[in-house]
Design a protein around this ligand. Structure first.
Ligand SMILES: Nc1ncnc2c1ncn2[C@@H]1O[C@H](COP(=O)(O)OP(=O)(O)OP(=O)(O)O)[C@@H](O)[C@H]1O
Ligand SMILES: [Mg+2]
Length: 259
């Protein structure tokens, strides 16, 4: 069964790092091939995964419109965009990466935008798992660039603004006509002295699944600061172990075959 997971949440809470750790965990569990999707215009998932990104999809989108901004003719254009998307994929051992890049400019690219979304849907069928790293904020949810996922993880740090932002993600997803199989909250960078009562109090009554916390991890933080990818972090790193546990549990409950 194909498994798709998306991370969302407030800026700087660790979405990209966690998305990369999810790719690492899935690969280690033998769930292959994986498609990583960098849906943040300020792309940096490639760095976290340690690979060179392909051509951003947004550039293909620009070329997919005529100079007047209207789409060129139907079937041929659709095929050309599909071909370009396939060429935009960066390949690595066990996973591929596709980068969305900057969103469209002042002109309307709705036609090609929809085409891209459909192409991505088609493309996803070739993979055992799809991992989507979103931009901060919630606009992408309203634009429905995050749609049709099995698990949407609202990431937060143990600090009130991030907890409230994650709550808003959960509420918005319930209101929007997007298909999300399961919603969950994940608290990242939890230190020994974090105020659990604050988090629990804020989340009370929200009725949302909470995944296992991911601890503050100094080795992971150093790797991020030095621009090193998540594969360079040791197997004993507490965040690596925690994300592995989360993914193992999700795969088990969603009947995703692992090795
Ligand atoms: N569990 C953790 N322990 C220690 N450091 C972490 C942890 N998770 C993330 N970080 C660090 O936190 C910083 C922000 O992480 P990251 O870039 O993944 O966040 P983001 O939510 O993707 O940010 P943005 O909203 O800008 O896209 C990075 O320096 C990263 O290395
Ligand atoms: Mg990010």
């Amino acid at each position: 069964m194909k498994f798709s997971i998306a991370v969302a949440g407030k800026g700087g809470t660790g979405k990209t790092t966690l998305a990369a750790l999810v790719v690492r965990s899935l690969r280690e569990l033998g769930v292959r091939p994986i498609l990583a999707v960098d849906a943040d215009p300020n792309s940096n998932l490639a760095d976290a995964l340690g690979i060179a990104p392909g051509k951003p999809l947004a550039e293909i989108r620009e070329q997919g419109s005529s100079p007047e901004g209207s789409p060129a003719s139907g079937v041929g254009r659709a095929r050309a965009v599909d071909d370009e998307i396939h060429r935009a994929i960066a390949e690595a051992e066990g996973f591929d990466l596709i980068t969305m890049g900057r969103p469209e400019g002042p002109r309307c690219y709705c036609y090609v935008n929809n085409l891209l979304r459909k192409s991505l849907d088609d493309l996803s069928k070739n993979y055992a798992a799809v991992v989507l790293d979103n931009e901060a904020g919630m606009e992408h949810l309203s634009r429905r660039t995050t749609n049709n996922v099995d698990v949407l993880v609202a990431v937060m740090n143990p600090a009130l603004p991030a907890v409230r932002a994650a709550k808003r993600v959960v509420t918005l997803c319930r209101e929007l006509p997007i298909r999300i199989g399961r919603q969950a909250i994940l608290v990242n960078r939890v230190g020994p002295a974090e105020a659990e009562s604050l988090i629990a109090g804020e989340l009370a009554g929200l009725d949302v699944e909470r995944l296992a916390d991911v601890p503050q991890d100094d080795e992971l933080e150093r790797a991020g600061a030095m621009g090193r990818d998540v594969f360079s972090v040791s197997d004993e790193s507490p965040a690596v172990i925690a994300v592995q546990g989360v993914i193992r549990q999700l795969c088990a409950t969603l009947s995703v075959a692992t090795e």
